[in-house]
Design a protein around this ligand. Structure first.
Ligand code: ATP
Ligand code: MG
Length: 474
């Protein structure tokens, strides 16, 4: 799903879509579309059989919609058919019960197939089959919803037959006579064509190449526990992104950087996606403001840049942006990036919580300078005071000159533990070194790392390491 398609999609939603017809050689058009896909099928070693009726030479059709329909169905067939599979693509002139000519397009594959229960849902927006077979594919779940809408706008019909592990067949029937279409304009030549089919296919093959490494299947926790803020001034794109990302995240939106910044200061977001070109406060300024405020500096930022404005991105990186994506972008790539940034943070946080001895107090990577300085100070303060059993969150926050709530918020964001837990973990790490040195009794060690009750120390130790301090020594 590309941004341009997104806009088409929004038009459909708003009922602003019009049919525009051309009279011409449909045989050639369909044959041309099929040919464009040959490289993709070859890449995947798929046998691609094409049979287009030559009797479609002087008929009526909506070129843009037809290309979209074919693109979506063919790209699905390729996507959901494993290497060395087969795809049949046929277009035949048929006559309906009123003896009117129609074209019947059949796109059939012997790929993974669609289960009976999923068949009723595949035409729903954002529906993706997350069964094992489909695992590893990327997608938004919009292609078929859009396809169905387009077929219906053209007074056509789309049907699906499929059997799991055997393959699928999508059949589309469209009218060929001018009077059988709904109200329409007539076009003499192509105008305002957005992005050529060729470009789209190229983008798809790019994705195929990076797919395996970069675009990981999205096994996002679907409890929508992560919060994402979308800052974008284009209403269509903003609403679309909000809708698409809501499948996996709790999404908030802002129409410019100023509003976005205000929201970010008041809420705990796990990630911000921001356009660069915006009125008032633009994306770069927003990024700079976020990364210079301790309240928000830990939030990862992905910037959306216009094509050929990659210098913006370099600038964004200087301001601490975590990644960027250039428009027109593929939504799947954006989703993969969001997923991997959030996932990486979680992994690092988990590593931090393993509480290994001597390990650097490693926190999230790609952390902003402000956060880095903050964490350095945190560790300096603890290093100085951990021996003191009276050292608590109040002492901690006042030594750092921040409020208790900000300290809590920052440590939670950067390490996912509370300040108290952070102190405990620090003390436990220290105790490991002392225990290993074999020079001290367990109770001595407890006091040395700021526990005034050895029994309590043992209990906490056991909770983190699953064994008592004395048995740890053996
Ligand atoms: P995109 O929006 O990028 O097209 P998508 O391909 O996942 O993403 P749809 O084209 O709407 O979304 O398809 C919806 C779902 O239907 C897919 O995720 C897939 O599970 C299933 N599906 C579609 N076509 C096929 C096919 N030819 N074989 C097997 N499953 C399919
Ligand atoms: Mg698709």
């Amino acid at each position: 799903m590309l941004t341009n398609e997104i806009l088409t999609f929004r038009k459909f939603e708003a009922g602003k879509v019009s049919v525009s017809l051309t009279q011409g050689n449909l045989t050639a058009l369909i044959q041309g579309v099929a040919d464009t896909f040959k490289t993709l099928t070859e890449q995947k070693n798929i046998a691609f059989n094409i049979a287009v009726d030559f009797n479609l030479e002087n008929v009526w059709y909506d070129k843009g919609k037809l290309e979209n329909i074919l693109f979506n169905l063919l790209s699905n067939a390729i996507k959901y058919t494993p290497e060395k599979g087969k795809i049949y693509f046929t277009a035949t002139k048929i006559f309906n019960s009123l003896n009117k000519p129609n074209v019947l397009i059949n796109i059939q594959d012997n790929g993974i197939g669609i289960s009976k229960s999923a068949q009723s849902k595949v035409f729903d927006r954002f529906y993706r089959d997350d069964s094992e077979q489909a695992n590893g594919s990327y997608g938004t779940g919009i292609g078929l919803a859009l396809t169905k809408q387009m077929v219906e706008v053209l007074n056509g019909k789309i049907t699906l037959e499929s059997e799991i592990n055997k393959g699928s067949s999508f059949k589309v029937i469209l009218p060929l006579e001018k009077d059988d279409f709904p109200t329409h304009d007539v076009k003499n030549k192509d105008s305002e064509e957005q992005i050529s089919l060729q470009e789209r296919v190229l983008l798809m093959s790019d994705l195929n190449v990076v797919d395996s490494e970069q675009v990981q299947p999205l096994n996002v926790k679907d409890d929508n526990s992560k919060k994402v803020l979308v800052v974008e001034d284009n209403t269509d794109l903003r609403e679309f992104l909000a809708e698409a990302l809501s499948v996996n995240y709790t999404v908030s939106v802002a129409e410019n950087g100023e509003i976005g910044y205000g929201l970010a200061c008041e809420n705990d977001y796990d990630l911000i996606v921001s356009d660069i070109m915006m009125p008032k406060v633009n994306g770069l300024e927003l990024c700079k403001m976020l990364k210079n405020n301790l309240q928000t500096s830990h939030i990862p930022v992905i910037l959306l840049t216009a094509k050929n404005q990659e210098e913006d991105y370099i600038e964004g990186l200087q301001y601490g942006a975590d990644d960027y994506i250039s428009k027109p972008f593929n939504l799947n790539v954006l989703q993969a990036k969001i997923y991997s940034i959030i996932e990486n943070r979680e992994k690092l946080i988990q590593r931090f919580q393993k509480v290994e001895e001597d390990e650097e107090q490693s926190v999230v990577s790609n952390i902003s300078t402000l956060d880095q300085e903050f964490m350095n100070k945190v560790n300096q303060v603890i290093e100085e005071f951990y021996v003191d059993s009276a050292f608590d969150i109040d002492a901690f926050s006042s030594k750092l000159y921040v409020s208790r709530s900000l300290l809590y918020k920052k440590l939670k964001a950067l390490t996912d533990v509370s300040p108290n837990e952070y102190i405990t973990i620090y003390r436990l790490k220290k105790s490991l070194t002392l225990l290993k040195s074999n020079k001290h009794q367990v109770s001595e060690v407890a006091f040395m790392v700021g526990f005034n009750d050895p029994k309590y120390f043992s209990r906490v130790f056991k909770k983190y390491y699953n064994c008592s301090p004395s048995s740890y020594l053996e």
